[in-house]
Design a protein around this ligand. Sequence first.
Ligand SMILES: *[C@@H]1O[C@H](CO)[C@@H](O)[C@H](O)[C@H]1NC(C)=O
Length: 588
Amino acid sequence: MSNHHIRLRSVTIVLTILLTIINQTQSDEHDHKYEDNDEVVLWMNTVGPYPNRQETYTYFSLPFCPGPKKTISHYHETLAEALQGVELVFSGLDIDFKANVAKTPYCHVTLSEEKLQAFIYAVKNYYWYEMYIDGLPIWGVVGEHDETDNSYYLYTHKKFDIGYNGNQIVDVNLTTDGKAKLELGTKLEFTYEVNWKKSSIKFEHRFDKYLDASFFQHRIHWFSIFNSFMMVIFLVGLVSMILMRTLRKDYARYSKDEDIDDMERDLGDEYGWKQVHGDVFRNPSYPMMLSILIGTGYQIASVTFIVTIFAIMGELYTERGSLLSTAMFVYAATSPINGYFGGSLYAQYGGRNWIKQMFLSAFFHPSIICGTAFLINFIAIYYHASRAIPFGSMVAVTCICLFVILPLTLIGTVLGRNLSGQSNYPCRVNAVPRPIPEKKWFMEPEMIVLLGGILPFGSIFIEMYFIFTSFWAYKIYYVYGFMLLVFLILSVVTVCVTIVCTYFLLNAEDYRWQWTSFMAGASTAGYVYLYSIYYFFFKTKMYGLYQTVFYFGHMALFCLALGLMCGTFGYLGTSAFVRKIYSTVKID
Ligand SMILES: *[C@@H]1O[C@H](CO)[C@@H](O)[C@H](O)[C@H]1NC(C)=O
């Protein structure tokens, strides 16, 4: 193939991917409107053990049989759906809008030894399956285990009660029935039945029955928000007190005795943080690493904020995979933010190797995500799970990184270096670094970092419980207003706590505040990870290698993102604080 040809093809691929992401589900259900007797498609999605929500296999990996209808075989899925393991296969059942179907057999399975064992395994492990009609999910259990005589039963009858309002489908109930004993050689007959009923549910409200208001709007949830809010007020008070205390004396002095000797003003009764004015703006160690982490943190914070706003406005949970699509799109689109802040910070630290910094910035977070996903994918392939990422999707993600994220980061970096690459520090940096005095063990940066995460974690951990439960158990998270509040509370708490931490650090005449403030914020994520371990053992019943690796891998990714975000909040707030207090220090 010629070079030109390859380039053309890559461009086409990128365009297709972008279109798929933006143009989410222009699916087969089109506009959700049906005429009488129009075909209504029943999609079989996945089947898997109830306690392991993410361990799913395609429905027909069990020896179920499809119905006689053969029109559509495979659903054209979006990238986000492919990544989330959605694998819709046409059921073959003939369902038409407003046409009742009496109990009708649609296929037979004769139980060979192999099929029998497959079904027994599924029933024993509480397998259940998911189907979709017109975008509405339906769940059913595969079978039942009778403990008394240790026999296994399979449900062979599916009864659909579909509610319609005008020309739209607004409600679906599934009743499974027809218990058939699983024995070698039995011929199972699968049947289905469809009853259409007029319903008064409005189309916009058809997802309401899936939302568990008594869970998500429980008193505890409100109470925790209120609690965190009180904490915010307390912390903001504390920080303002520190600021007042440190600044008041200076202001008083400036206004009173202008003529005091400079030497005396500088050294007189001065102690603690003022002593390190000649070092406090010294570049941190590993400036490139720090600027990469902070640039990425900016990006993650903006993605979280924007996606939460979208979710509040757009009820993203009503479309399969739309939350992930939105997140990926916003992530790619906010790459310039990463480049801008990372690049400008690196320039302020006097970094020269900006091309390396830019590449690392662009790929640091995506490559960790892809690396983890890749590892989990190995196990998924081994298990034949439906979450095994198809090769096409991997190519698509790589293309997004190379052709969207990288150029946008480049633009951001160039802008950042040129527009705000100057370090306008209020104090000069001395040529010789000041030795850091001995201090109490709890004033060491490591301890401060450890302590820094406790309060921010305290302000979010109830929300973490709700978020975890919606991801790892079967709840649809929809209270994004809460999430936005918690996001804002978390940012304020983190900023305040790291400012207080830094104040103590500087008072101990230790000027290494850059990394300390970043890590003090980021340590919140460490506590969240510990909490996730507790959650795994005490709040879920997950088992098996695949689900365990999936859980801890994804939690690690989540905590990494959270850590980068909180670390950035911490650095940001502290940096403003340090500039503020040292701008009042008058030197020669
Ligand atoms: C589905 O079940 C719910 C609760 O039992 C009921 O209120 C609703 O009317 C049912 N819908 C249909 C279409 O039968």
